[in-house]
Design a protein around this ligand. Structure first.
Ligand code: ARG
Ligand code: ZN
Length: 895
């Protein structure tokens, strides 16, 4: 049993750093075994009196430390496990530190590490301290000059932030590069890359005519797969100019793909390092979804250059300041790319596809987080390990909170607010409040007498609010009253609080429309104006709005475009949902209506299965799906979303107690029903959704492929006699990875035939040399029905498997533990999970902590799962040595 617990860091304990550090000079003798770093740091006092200088460091060997050129004796500094403290006696002084780190032994992939035969750094959040002793905090900003020395043959390319000043050869086959970054930055944006790479580049011009060299570096031999990434980078640059007037401030913008990377990518100034899965794509190895994801992540990191780098975070509690805002920006970028060249309803439907995908992600990843032991506001109040707070809440809910400000201010107002934010804070490290202040300065002009005071509570409150809707119709007055009531139950540690945590009402923008019984849009009148969509601003626990000119009792279209990250509660008959699914003019709400209808059906099935019943087939849903399938006005991409059932994890969240096996069975059963009942329709959708000619990832062709793949999997689910033949034909005849994967996953998920097994080994034979494709191969098997712990253990023995590569660990172990509900929810599944958390923790705490979160919501399961999960968690907690990352997760889960 462990007794040592890491200290909890509180948001309110923030203290400014007592020194400024305007100039940083770093010189590296790069070597995978031992890299020597000489740091020369010029400090200036920023407070009264001589304060001790406390520097962070981790896994470093100290060789020497000097102040103003005088080496310090061992009794002149205090060296502790993770700090080095000096006692300077001057207002301005230079510190020289020489230290050694060991990239080869660094499996955490934070700080300087080895990937293949290359060297990379990852510094956010607190990785810089693994490179040298330093004030490792985002509010200390400096100009960097960097010298890199390394073996020229092994590391022909030496990169760091900013501009390359000079490159020259040294004796003994080594060479040297000098880099200088003119923009002051916090150390988390520092980067070094060394190795041998392919490079694809393009000379771009910014809107004011400045030349900018755009480069994408990748493993030798993979340069053929970076065309799309470079295109995405150029489009990101143009989009930020067009949509927000933000221009690139660099002469050179580099992206480097790393095979081993903890997260998606990192926005280091001028030298972004990416997980190779978000860079490399060609038609034979990447799916349409991968192309879209690359676009989103390249956009995201590029947009950080303004929202994150030019204006950064004062402290890590403010993480959502840059992440929520930048996710919002990348979501808008993706939506604009989907809607390119379209207008009116077509553009709206194209953008809705992105909105639907983003809201699904929010519901699958963030809603459960917000209801579990790790629940936290988008601006957390405390943490033990900041690496654990790169969460769906900070990112995705954070983006929703930005989006609500966009909704409240409108596009122009939001842009004006953003301009004000940069006017006030360019070059600074600031807080979420500073951002809202800038937005509020615009909001108050448009809404005299009002402000964003209540809105700010979104930054402080955890939990998903619920908004209950009540409708009163007055037939005589042709008026209706809509009452919204909000509540937010205690979550996470709030549940343990006595007296209970106060959760005051939030400011919720609630977009609403009305339809008549024939499905035609009504234009309800509020305060004298008639509108298709009304934006209600709910700021109190309960508010009522009265609409005029409503000729009949309306069908409400609620929370259009998902105008707030809340759960809507409204009792209504299935017939209303069917009507909305067929006619709502808001494409998001229309999708939502179909999803709710399906959810009702699925939850009823889960209930029936639990009672051992086999309920009759459902006609309402089948008829709704039939009509949608036949609706020629819908785009294929939209149709594919509308006709997909809610994800298992979304459903799981709605069962109480959680019933993973019931959810899997119910979903499988309903898919089989829909597949069989609509077989002719699926078949004709399959045959008519032909993307013509050469592969292109454009939204229209991708939409056709996704509808076609859905139709195929529904035919397989419905056991159509031709389905397997079609799937095998599609698999072997595929001209791109989307079609190939679509066919293979339809096979693997629905068939046990020898032909299916053959296709899977064919896939292996063909793609075994491509790591990203092998990830797909592992993931497909990890999530397949029938896969057990034994299957996964066997796959772990495959020579291509390695726990050290995060992508590989994610594709097999995470996929099994988190996305194969049927496979993992047994005592042996839980034991396997605990074992893997522990094994990973030895190598890579950040990755281990992510896996450790798989069963955050253990207490919401029924017996025997609940007790089995508890003992699995306990078995992790009982370990002698756990990282701070995993310890925080497990202790919170067991509270
Ligand atoms: N700032 C990066 C992004 O949002 C994420 C980096 C987080 N890194 C980490 N090791 N936790 O793109
Ligand atoms: Zn980010």
């Amino acid at each position: 049993m462990r007794t040592d617990t890491a200290p909890t860091i509180s948001r309110h304990d923030y203290q400014p750093y007592p020194y400024r550090l305007p100039q940083v000079k770093l010189s590296f003798d790069l070597d995978p075994a031992r890299t020597r770093v000489h740091a020369q740091l010029v400090f200036e006092s920023a407070s009264a009196g001589w304060q001790p200088l406390v520097l962070n460091g981790q896994d470093l060997e100290l060789e020497s430390v000097a102040i103003d050129g005088r080496p310090l004796r061992a009794d002149e500094y205090v060296l502790q496990a993770e700090t080095l403290t000096l006692h300077p006696r001057a207002d301005r002084y230079t510190v020289d530190i020489v230290s050694v780190c060991k990239p080869e032994q660094n499996s955490s992939l934070m700080g300087l590490y080895v990937s293949g035969s290359q060297l990379f750094t990852q510094c956010e959040a607190e990785g810089f301290r693994r490179i040298t002793w330093f004030p490792d905090r985002p509010d200390v900003m400096s100009q960097y000059q960097v010298v890199l020395r390394a073996d020229k043959q092994k590391y022909p390319l030496l990169l760091s932030n900013g501009n390359l000043l000079e490159q020259r050869d040294l004796p003994d086959g080594r060479h040297e590069a000098r880099w200088e970054d003119p923009h002051p930055k916090p150390c988390y944006l520092f980067a070094v890359v060394a190795g041998d790479f392919d490079c694809r580049e393009e000379q771009a011009r910014t809107q004011s005519g400045r030349p900018a060299l755009l480069q994408v570096y990748s493993d030798r031999g993979s340069g053929g797969k970076t065309l799309w990434a470079l295109e995405c980078l150029r489009r990101s640059l143009e989009w930020d100019e067009r949509r927000f007037g933000l221009e690139l401030d660099l002469d050179r913008f580099m992206i480097v793909a790393a095979r081993d990377f903890n997260m998606g990518a990192m926005e280091n100034k001028g030298l972004n390092v990416f997980n190779s899965s978000y860079v490399l794509a060609d038609k034979d190895t990447a799916t349409d979804a991968a192309y879209r994801a690359i676009e989103a992540v390249i956009g995201h990191e590029y947009f950080h250059n303004w929202t994150g780098n030019r204006v950064t975070c004062r402290d890590w509690f403010q993480l959502s300041l840059k992440e929520g805002l930048t996710v919002f920006r990348d979501q808008e970028f993706s939506a604009d790319m989907l809607a390119q060249g379209l207008s009116g309803a077509e553009a709206a439907s194209a953008r809705a596809v992105k909105r639907i995908d983003d809201v699904s992600t929010l519901r699958i990843a963030q809603f459960p987080e917000d209801a579990g032991p790790m629940a936290h506001p988008i601006r957390p109040e405390s943490y033990q390990e900041i690496g654990n707070f790169y969460t769906a809440t900070v990112y995705e809910k954070g983006a929703e909170v930005i989006r609500m400000q966009h909704t409240l201010l409108g596009e122009e107002g939001f842009r004006a607010g953003l301009e004000e934010y940069f006017r006030r804070h360019d070059g600074q490290a600031v807080t979420c409040d500073d951002f809202v202040d800038a937005m509020e300065s615009v909001y108050v002009q448009k809404h005299p007498g009002k402000n964003l005071g209540v809105f700010r509570r979104w930054y402080a409150q955890a939990g998903t609010p619920r908004v209950a809707v009540d409708l009163r119709y007055d037939a005589d007055a042709h008026a209706c009253a809509v009452t919204l009531t909000q509540r937010c139950d205690p979550v996470g540690i709030e549940k343990l609080q006595d007296p209970p945590a106060e959760k005051p009402p939030l400011h919720i923008p609630f977009a609403l429309g009305m339809l008549d019984r024939s499905g035609a849009a009504l234009k309800p009148e509020l305060d004298g104006t008639a509108r298709d969509t009304v934006l209600l601003e709910l700021r109190e626990a309960q508010q009522t709005w009265t609409f005029r000119n409503v000729p009949e009792r309306p069908v409400l279209s609620l929370l259009r475009n998902f105008s707030a990250p809340v759960i809507v509660e409204y009792e209504r008959p299935d017939t209303e949902l069917m009507l909305l699914a067929g006619h709502d003019t808001d494409p998001f709400a229309r999708w939502e209506a179909g999803q709710e209808l399906a959810t009702r059906r699925l939850l009823a099935l889960v209930g029936a299965l639990r009672q051992g019943q086999d309920p009759a087939a459902d006609t309402a849903l089948v008829e709704t799906w039939r009509r949608l399938l036949g609706d020629a006005a819908l785009t294929p991409a939209y149709k594919a979303r509308v006709l997909s059932l809610p994800a298992e994890k979304e459903l799981l969240e709605k069962t109480s107690p959680m019933d993973p096996l019931g959810v899997v069975q119910a979903r499988r059963q309903l898919r089989a029903q829909l597949g069989a009942a609509l077989a002719p329709e699926w078949l004709s959708a399959y045959h008519s959704a032909q993307d013509a000619g050469d592969y292109s990832p454009d939204p229209l062709s991708a939409g056709l492929r996704s509808l076609k793949n859905l139709a195929l999997s529904m035919l397989m689910a419905g056991a159509h006699p031709q389905a397997e033949t079609l799937a095998l034909e599609q698999y072997y005849g595929a001209g791109n990875m989307t079609a190939r994967m679509g066919a293979l996953s339809a096979l693997v998920n629905h068939s046990k035939s020898p032909e299916c097994a053959q296709a899977l080994s064919h896939f292996y034979e063909q793609w075994q040399h491509d790591p990203l494709v092998m990830d797909k191969w592992f993931a497909l098997q990890a999530t397949a029905p029938g896969t057990t712990v034994e299957t996964v253990r066997a796959l772990m023995l495959h020579p291509a498997f390695s726990l050290r590569n995060p992508n590989r660990a994610r594709s097999l172990i995470f996929q099994f533990c988190m996305n194969n509900l049927e496979g993992v929810h047994h005592a042996d599944g839980y034991a396997f999970w605990a074992e893997q958390v522990i094994a990973l923790d030895e190598l890579n705490p950040e990755i281990a902590a992510r896996l450790a979160r798989a069963f955050d919501n253990w207490a919401r399961f029924a017996e025997p799962q609940r007790s089995a999960l508890r003992s699995a968690l306990q078995s992790i907690q009982d370990r002698e040595k756990l990282s701070r990352n995993v310890a925080e997760i497990i202790s919170k889960a067991l509270k």
